[in-house]
Design a protein around this ligand. Sequence first.
Ligand SMILES: *[C@@H]1O[C@H](CO)[C@@H](O)[C@H](O)[C@H]1NC(C)=O
Ligand SMILES: *[C@@H]1O[C@H](CO)[C@@H](O)[C@H](O)[C@H]1NC(C)=O
Ligand SMILES: *[C@@H]1O[C@H](CO)[C@@H](O)[C@H](O)[C@H]1NC(C)=O
Ligand SMILES: *[C@@H]1O[C@H](CO)[C@@H](O)[C@H](O)[C@H]1NC(C)=O
Ligand SMILES: *[C@@H]1O[C@H](CO)[C@@H](O)[C@H](O)[C@H]1NC(C)=O
Length: 408
Amino acid sequence: MLNFSSVLTLLVLFSVSAYAAASENVFSANAKYGVILHSSISNDTICKSLVQPQGYVCEEHNVTTKDGYILSVQRIPVGRSGKTADKPPVLLQHGILVDAAPWLLNSPDESLGFILADNGFDVWLSNTRGTKYSRGHTSLSPNDSAYWEWSWDELVQYDLSALVQYVHDQTGQTLHYVGHSLATLIALAAFSKQELLNMFRTAALLSPIAYLNQIPSQLTKAAAQMYLAEELYRLGYHQFPPGWDVLAPFLEMICNKPGNNCSDLMTAFTGPNCCVNSSKAGVLLEHEPQPTATKNLIHLSQMIRTGSIAMYDYGSKDENMGHYGQPTPPPYNMKSIPKDLPLFLGYGGHDMLADIKDVKTLLNDLKDHDKDKLAVIYRKDYAHADFILGVNANQVVYDPIVSFFKLH
Ligand SMILES: *[C@@H]1O[C@H](CO)[C@@H](O)[C@H](O)[C@H]1NC(C)=O
Ligand SMILES: *[C@@H]1O[C@H](CO)[C@@H](O)[C@H](O)[C@H]1NC(C)=O
Ligand SMILES: *[C@@H]1O[C@H](CO)[C@@H](O)[C@H](O)[C@H]1NC(C)=O
Ligand SMILES: *[C@@H]1O[C@H](CO)[C@@H](O)[C@H](O)[C@H]1NC(C)=O
Ligand SMILES: *[C@@H]1O[C@H](CO)[C@@H](O)[C@H](O)[C@H]1NC(C)=O
C-alpha cells in the first residue's frame, strides 16, 4: 500500500506533465511563480483577455449539457480583415489539463484559433467541464465531490454532443472539428459508436490518443501501475490536482533536491517539444494547468494498463452490471469508424503521450479507410505541445488542415 507522502510525490510528478505539455522549460524557470500566478489569475473572460486584444470580434456563449454542466464557449465569427465568416463553423476542442487558451497564445499568424478565422471559418472554442471558465452546473458546485464524478465517457456522451448540437443550432450548419490529445479520443469514441456523424463535415485529430499501452514515458507508466489516480480518489481527492497550495511545497521540495532535474522530468512525461518558444512560459502559466476529474485519470490509467479502449471500468462485475448491464465495460471499437468520414491525423516522432507505436495501432485499425478521406501528417521533430504552440505549426500543420477543410 502506498503511503500518503509517496502518493503526493507521484501526484506532483504527474502534474508536472501539464506544464510539460506546454513547454519543456516552463517548470525549471517558473514553477514557483507559476503556482502563484495560477492561484491568483484574474477572472477575465477568454474573449477579453486573449481574443479582443488581438483585434478580433469575440462572443461568449454558455452551453448546458444534459447532465447539467455549463460550458463556456467562445466564438470568433469575423476574421482580422473584418470580413464575416463565409465558411462553415469549426469547433476547437482542447485536451486534458488545459482549456481553450493555448489555441490563442501565439501571434495571430501562428495560432490556429486566429488562422481559421482569417481563412473565413466561423471559429468556436470549447472549454471542458471543470476548467476555469466551465465550472458552472445547474445544481452542483465544484466543491461537491459529485461534480467530479465523470471520465471521458461523459465528455463523449454529454459535452461533445451538447457542443456540436449548440453550434449546429446557432449556425444552421454542420461543422469541422479540431481536437488535440484527449479531444481526439472523445471524437474517435463518438464516431466508433456512429454518434453525431451527421453533424460533422471532417475531423482533424492532433496528437491522436486512442491506444495508450505503449506509452514510452516510464513515469506515466509508473503512475498507472501504482494506481496513483485510484489512490487519490480513495483519499477523497476527486478533483485533480487537489489544489496548487497543497502542491507548491512538494514541488519546491522535489525540484530542489540535488539530482532532481524538473526540466528533465517534464521531457520524460511528454517528450521534448522542438518548437515551442520558451518566451511563452509566463503567458501559458497564467492560463494553465486546469483541473480535471481524478476519475478521468483513472479511466486513462486503465487504458495504459490494459491496452484496450473501453468505457470506465468500475472494477467489479456487479458494479459494471449495474452501470452497463454486462460484467465488463463496453468497448469502443475503432474499426467501426465509418470509412467515408474525412479524417486528418497529425502525429509527432517525439510525442510521449500520443507515441508513434500507439498511433500506428490506431492507423492499423483505420487501414481500410477510404484513401481520399484520410490525410496523415507525420512530423519527426514534434512532441505533444508543438501541435498547438509550435512556432512553425502554421506551415507544418495548420495550412494542410485549412486545405483539408476546404477540400471536404
Ligand atoms: C473578479 O471580478 C470581480 C467582479 O468584477 C472583482 O470584484 C474581483 O476583484 C475580480 N477578481 C480578480 C482576481 O480579478
Ligand atoms: C454564462 O454563465 C455564467 C454563470 O455560470 C454567467 O456568469 C455568464 O454571464 C453567462 N454568460 C453568458 C454569455 O450567458
Ligand atoms: C467552495 O469552497 C471555497 C473554499 O472553501 C469557497 O470559498 C467557495 O465559496 C465555495 N464555492 C461554492 C460555490 O460553494
Ligand atoms: C536540466 O536538464 C536540462 C535539459 O536536459 C538542462 O538544459 C539543464 O542544464 C539541467 N539543469 C540542471 C540544474 O542540471
Ligand atoms: C520567441 O519569442 C520572442 C519574444 O516574443 C521573439 O522575439 C522571438 O522571435 C520568438 N522566436 C521564434 C522562433 O518565433
